[in-house]
Design a protein around this ligand. Structure first.
Ligand code: UPG
Ligand code: MN
Length: 749
C-alpha cells in the first residue's frame, strides 16, 4: 500500500517536525470490508433460516457452529478498528537540528533489560548497550542503564569490558558516521554501511579490539565464572560476596561511567562518554519481583536519582539499535511545538535480523507490526510493545495528561551538569535503596505509577494505562530499520511466547483497566475495539478448535454442515473464504512478505490459535480457581548447531514432548483420517458427484487443514533427525485422533 499526503498538517505555519500520511488505497479496503460484512450477515441469515426450516444437524453441533461463527464475525469486526485508518509518519530531523541543536537537546535515559546469561549471552547484551551508547547525539546527554535480573557477574564483567571498548568504538562511529552502531552487526556486514569508510588500518584496529574483548568475555563465559585474575582487577566484584542465588541477593549497583569521574569516563578523543550503570535489583524468595515490569520500575527510580532524563528509551537486551538517528526521530514527535506535548510515547517497530526467507514461524508478525500498529496509529494509539519505545518520563511515571500540560522538553536546560556537587559513592548508596525489594510496598508503583503489574504483557498494559490517562502515542517506522532483535527459532519457543502473550492479553481484558469496560469514554471506540481484539486472542482458540474438529468429523458421517454448492447460500460462504484469503495474501505481499511466507504465517495463525491460545485460556481459568500465576518464560536467543542448520533449511523444529505439540499433532491426524474417510467414500460410493456437491465446503476445509499440516506428518512419521516429533507423542496423538474418529463414526448408527 502506498501513501499520499493528507491535509491534516494544515498549512505548515508552525513547521511541524513531523508529518502524517494516510495510506493510499484505504478507500478500496473499506469498500471491501463493508462487502465482507454484508456477506457475514448473509451467513448468519443462512443459519437463522436453518432454524426456521428445521434443517440442520443435531442441536448441539448446530449451536456450536453458530456460536463459532458469531464469534468469528464479531472478532473480525473488532479487528477492523486497526485496519480502517492506516497512517504513516515522517520526521524532519533537519528542522529539529536547526531549532534545537546541541545545548537545547534534552537528555535521554536508555534502559536495557536482561534476565539470564545462559540464553541471553553477555556479548549480545553489550552489543545492544554499545549500539545505544553510539547514537548520533551528544554523548554526555545519554545514560544507559542495564538491568540484570540474573545478577550475573559475567554480564557485569562484559559491561565493564564494553565501557572500555566504548572509548574507541564511539569515536570510531562518529568519525566515520556509521549508521550501524552495533559492533557485532557492523563487523558482520561493514562494507554496506557507511558513505565514508575507514581505511584498512583503522578498520583492522577496531575490529581487533572488538574481537579481543569478545574473546575475553567468551572465555569467562565458558569458564562459567569470573577467573580470580580478572576478579582481582576490579574491586566491584566484591558486591557478589553476599550473593546466594538469582532469586536471593542484595541490590548490586555500579555506576561504571559518569561525568563526575572525568578520568575514566572520556573516550580516546577526550569527549565524555554516556553515563553507564549496572543494576541488579534486590531479590528475595518471599517477595514477588514482577519480572521485567519490576525491573523497569527499579530502573525508573534509580535513573531518576542519577540522570533523571525526561525521555526514557526501553529496549530488550537482544534489540540492538540499527540506526544512529532514532533518538532524533523520536524527538521530532516529542518536541513538536504543536502536538508534541500530548504524545506520551513513540513506538518503533520490532524487527528481527534472524528471520529466514519464508519465515517459517511467522516471526515477522507482519500483520501486527506492519499493519495493525499503523492502524492503531490512525487513532493516535499504537500500543507500547515493550521494546524500541521512547517514553516521556512523566507519562510513564503515571502522570495524567491535562490540557495545560507544558512540554518541558522545549525549555532549554543544560542545568544539572555542574550545579550539584555529587559524590558518586553517595549517589550509588542513594539509588541502591530505591531498588530494594520492599521499596514498593504500600506505594502506587506497578498500580498507578511506572510499568503496571498484573499481566504477562506488562508492556501493552502499561501503554493502555498511559492512553487511559489521556496521552496519545505515535508509531514510527523509519526507512532504515531502527532496531533489530532476535525472534524465536523453534516452534516450541514461538508457541510458548505466544502463549505468554495471549495469557497476558486476557489478563488485561479481565483487569480493572479493561479496555472493553473501563476504557469506555476514556479512550476512543476504535482503540477500545483494537485493544479488545488483541485481548481476546486466547478466546479465539475455542472457535478455531471447533472449526478444525467438528466439520471434519461430520464428513465421516456424511452430514453436511454448510450449504451445498448449488444453493444460493453457498455464495456468502464462498465470498467470505475467498475474499478474506485474497485480502490476507495481498496484504502480506504488499507489506513485503512472500507467498510462501504467507502460507507459513497462516499455519502459525492456526497453530497459535489452537495450542498457545488454548493453554493461555486454560491457565487463565485455572488462576480463577486459585492456581499459581504462570511465570514469564524468557525466550532463548541462542541455538544449538543442528537446530540452527534445520532452521536455515526451513525445516520445522519440534524435538520436544510438549502438550502444545500433542494438541497440534492430534488435530492434524484427526483431519487426515477424516479426509481419508471421505476420499474412500468418494471412490467406492455411487454418487461421488452428489457427495462432493453436498459436502464441498467441509471437504475444502478438511483438505486445507491437511495440506497446511504437512510439516507435522513429516515430523511424526517421515523424519529421522533430532528435531522430529518424539515417537511417544506420535503414539499418543495417533491413538487419540483415531479413537475420536472411530467413536464418532460408530455413534452414527
Ligand atoms: O524476569 C524477567 C523476564 C524478562 N526480562 C527481560 O524482558 C525482555 C523480553 O523477554 P523475552 O523473553 O525476549 O520476551 P519476548 O516475548 O521476546 O518479549 C516481548 O514481550 C514481552 C512481554 O511478554 C515484553 O516484555 C518484551 O518487551 C517484548 O519484546 C528481555 O530483555 C528479558 O531479559 C527481564 O528483565 N526480567
Ligand atoms: Mn525477545
Amino acid at each position: 500500500m502506498g501513501v499520499n499526503r493528507s491535509d491534516d498538517d494544515g498549512d505548515d505555519e508552525l513547521e511541524s517536525l513531523f508529518e502524517t500520511k494516510k495510506a493510499r488505497g484505504i478507500f478500496i479496503y473499506r469498500v471491501f470490508a463493508v462487502s465482507l460484512f454484508v456477506a457475514i450477515c448473509f451467513v448468519y441469515a443462512y443459519r437463522f433460516n436453518q432454524i426456521l426450516t428445521g434443517e440442520g444437524t443435531t442441536r448441539w453441533t448446530w449451536l456450536g457452529l453458530v456460536a463459532a461463527e458469531l464469534w468469528f464475525g464479531l472478532y473480525w469486526v473488532l479487528g477492523q478498528a486497526f485496519r480502517w485508518n492506516l497512517v504513516f509518519r515522517n520526521t524532519f530531523k533537519n528542522k529539529l537540528s536547526q531549532r534545537y541543536e546541541e545545548s537545547k537537546l534534552p537528555e535521554v535515559d536508555m534502559f536495557v533489560c536482561t534476565a539470564d546469561p545462559d540464553i541471553e549471552p553477555p556479548i549480545m547484551v553489550i552489543n545492544t548497550v554499545l549500539s545505544l551508547m553510539a547514537y548520533d547525539y551528544p554523548s554526555h546527554k545519554l545514560s544507559v542503564y542495564l538491568s540484570d535480573d540474573a545478577a550475573s557477574d559475567l554480564t557485569f564483567y562484559a559491561l565493564l569490558e564494553a565501557s572500555l571498548f566504548a572509548k574507541h568504538w564511539l569515536p570510531f562511529c562518529k568519525r566515520f558516521k556509521l549508521e550501524q552502531p552495533s559492533p557485532a552487526a557492523y563487523f558482520h556486514n561493514h562494507t554496506l554501511l557507511t558513505s565514508s569508510p575507514p581505511n584498512a588500518h583503522e578498520f583492522k584496529n577496531i575490529k581487533k579490539l572488538y574481537h579481543d574483548m569478545k574473546k575475553r568475555i567468551e572465555d569467562q563465559t565458558k569458564l562459567g565464572r569470573i577467573s580470580r585474575e580478572e576478579r582481582s582487577k576490579h574491586s566491584e566484584f566484591s558486591q557478589w560476596d553476599s550473593y546466594s542465588s538469582r532469586r536471593d541477593h542484595d541490590t548490586i549497583l555500579q555506576i561504571i561511567l559518569h561525568k563526575k569521574d572525568p578520568l575514566s569516563s572520556k573516550d580516546e578523543d577526550g569527549n565524555y562518554l554516556p553515563t553507564l550503570v549496572y543494576l541488579a535489583r534486590e531479590k528475595r524468595p518471599q517477595h514477588r519481583h514482577n519480572f521485567k515490569a519490576g525491573a523497569m520500575n527499579s530502573l525508573l527510580r534509580v535513573s531518576s536519582v542519577i540522570s533523571n532524563a525526561k525521555i526514557v528509551l526501553n529496549v530488550d537486551c537482544d534489540m540492538y539499535s540499527n540506526s544512529s538517528e532514532s533518538v532524533r526521530d523520536a524527538l521530532c514527535f516529542l518536541m513538536d511545538e504543536e502536538k508534541g506535548h500530548e504524545i506520551g510515547f513513540v513506538q518503533f517497530p520490532q524487527k528481527f535480523d534472524n528471520i529466514i526467507k519464508h519465515d517459517i514461524y511467522g516471526s515477522t508478525l507482519l500483520s501486527l507490526i506492519d499493519v495493525e500498529m499503523s492502524g492503531a496509529d490512525g487513532y493516535d494509539g499504537p500500543l507500547y510493545i515493550g521494546t524500541c519505545c521512547f517514553h516521556r518520563r512523566d507519562a510513564l511515571s503515571g502522570m495524567k495528561f491535562s490540557v495545560g500540560y507544558k512540554n518541558d522538553l522545549l525549555k532549554s536546560d543544560d542545568q544539572r551538569d555542574n550545579s550539584i556537587e555529587v559524590n558518586l559513592q553517595e549517589l550509588e548508596v542513594k539509588s541502591k535503596a530505591l531498588a530494594s525489594c520492599t521499596y514498593e510496598e504500600n506505594t502506587l508503583w506497578g498500580k498507578e505509577m511506572g510499568v503496571i503489574y498484573g499481566s504477562l504483557v506488562e508492556d501493552v498494559m502499561t501503554g493502555l494505562c498511559i492512553h487511559l490517562k489521556g496521552w496519545k502515542s505515535v508509531y514510527y517506522s523509519p526507512p532504515r530499520k531502527a532496531f533489530y532483535g532476535v525472534a524465536p527459532t523453534t516452534l516450541l519457543q514461538a508457541l510458548v511466547q505466544h502463549k505468554r502473550w495471549a495469557e497476558g492479553e486476557l489478563q488485561i481484558l479481565l483487569s480493572k483497566n479493561s479496555p472493553a469496560f473501563y476504557g469506555h469514554g476514556r479512550i476512543n471506540l476504535a482503540l477500545q475495539m483494537g485493544y479488545s481484539y488483541f485481548n481476546c486472542w486466547a478466546i479465539t482458540s475455542l472457535s478455531k478448535l471447533y472449526y478444525s474438529i467438528i466439520p471434519s468429523l461430520y464428513l465421516l458421517r456424511g452430514i453436511p454442515l454448510f450449504p451445498k454448492m448449488s444453493s444460493l447460500w453457498f455464495i456468502p460462504f464462498a465470498y467470505v473464504i475467498v475474499g478474506e484469503s485474497v485480502h490476507c495474501l495481498l496484504e502480506f505481499v504488499l507489506f513485503g512478505g512472500t507467498i510462501q511466507g504467507w502460507w507459513n504465517d497462516l499455519r502459525m495463525v492456526l497453530y497459535k490459535g489452537t495450542s498457545s491460545y488454548l493453554f493461555a485460556l486454560i491457565d487463565n481459568i485455572s488462576k480463577l480457581f486459585g492456581l499459581p500465576d504462570s511465570p514469564f518464560t524468557v525466550t532463548a536467543k541462542t541455538m544449538e548447531e543442528d537446530v540452527s542448520e534445520r532452521y536455515e533449511k526451513q525445516v520445522m523444529e519440534f524435538g520436544a514432548d510438549s502438550p502444545l505439540f500433542t494438541v497440534l499433532a492430534t488435530l492434524a491426524l484427526l483431519n487426515l483420517f477424516c479426509l481419508l474417510g471421505i476420499l474412500k467414500e468418494l471412490v467406492i460410493g455411487e454418487d461421488w458427484f452428489g457427495t462432493c456437491e453436498k459436502m464441498s465446503l467441509q471437504i475444502l476445509l478438511c483438505g486445507f487443514l491437511v495440506l497446511i499440516n504437512i510439516p507435522i506428518y513429516q515430523g511424526l512419521f517421515l523424519r529421522k533427525d533430532k528435531g522430529r516429533l518424539p515417537s511417544s507423542l506420535a503414539i499418543k496423538s495417533t491413538t487419540l485422533a483415531l479413537s475420536t474418529c472411530i467413536v464418532f463414526y460408530m455413534l452414527k448408527e
